[in-house]
Design a binder for this molecule. Sequence first.
Ligand code: SAH
Ligand code: SF4
Length: 390
Amino acid sequence: MSAPITQDVLTIPRKLPEGGRVNIVGLTREQLHDALIAAGTPERQAKMRVGQIWQWVYHWGVRDFAAMTNLAKDYRALLADRFEISLPEVVTRQVSADGTRKYLLRIAGGHEVEAVYIPEEGRGTLCVSSQVGCTLTCSFCHTGTQKLVRNLTPGEIVGQLMIARDDLDEWPTQGTPKNETRLISNMVLMGMGEPLYNFEGVRDAMKVVMDGEGLSLSRRRITLSTSGVVPEIARTAEEIGCLLAVSFHATTDEVRDRLVPINKRWNIQTLLDALREYPRLSNSERITFEYVMLDGVNDSDEDARRLVRLIRGIPAKINLIPFNEWPGAPYQRSSWERIESFADIVHKAGYASPIRTPRGEDIMAACGQLKSATERGRKSRAQIAAEAAG
Ligand code: SAH
Ligand code: SF4
């Protein structure tokens, strides 16, 4: 028996209790505009103030209203009284032998989430979380074993990028050329959680991240990975417009039901129909199909051939992910020969089929290994095994 698929998650209110300060981080321009007016900013000035504050916070990385020197002193005092610029707290920062950095962050309510920075030749990718834990229970994923779930607020999602920028010392200083290569050049929503079960939170966070006068990451440098929440896929194209990756992982419904249980709700055919529309709706090139290589489960040559038949007609890249083990996991990684043989078939069918090099394994930072150590509520091994067995 598999656990039912639920979306029973909690979102904490954006505004702090009576008398508390409103956090600016994560508000969209419209929300900031309204909040400034509510705090007494004259309506005709509000748009200009939004622009000024926005630049200080998201372009220069300033955290102190007193440093916003193009605002009048008493206005700065008013802002400091009513607002704050606050980020999740960094609990630990681990640096892997390969340069990967993993941040354990504490958010409101004492929950913890992780973000991972992966440096590569000529670019760097920040992998961010969208939820604490995940309501879904993919049987090969460590995050899926974590019981407790809540949606991250837009501020907590944007905050992950700002914290990584702090750590890498990547805020511009006066005179930095605008287009120099950035350490954090790309962002992937591939950390903890199912981003499309926190659609509004993720969308508003991406609006802030993509804004050209602030953090300024282009939508083509952001990839959202979903396990297949079909009704939100078209909305992602229309309201976010970033690149899409899908956790495909199997070529028959029977196997996918076991690996990615959301498949019981929206099966392979339904998912593929939604994916076919994505490139046109989002005006982007191709979809990334993620495929975790599990020994003896989904890694045969026949699977590879079935995969290319299934996705025919969809502009795609197939990202093969060697399974990353975690304590108690009910699977093993496929052998390198198996992965290469699979990749070869996909490649000969005309698709790019990179094998994702596991990064940061020594600090448990690789795909699917994230899980807060302090969230003790954990599904039992028996439950994971039962889910894996279908
Ligand atoms: N919830 C979203 C995004 C987070 S997971 C999703 O499922 O798409 C990012 C990727 O890592 C997904 O493709 C996921 O299936 C994969 N993954 C999860 N656990 C893994 C593991 N132990 N080894 C390798 N990949 C894993
Ligand atoms: Fe959730 Fe993604 Fe892990 Fe599945 S693979 S349990 S959807 S985080």
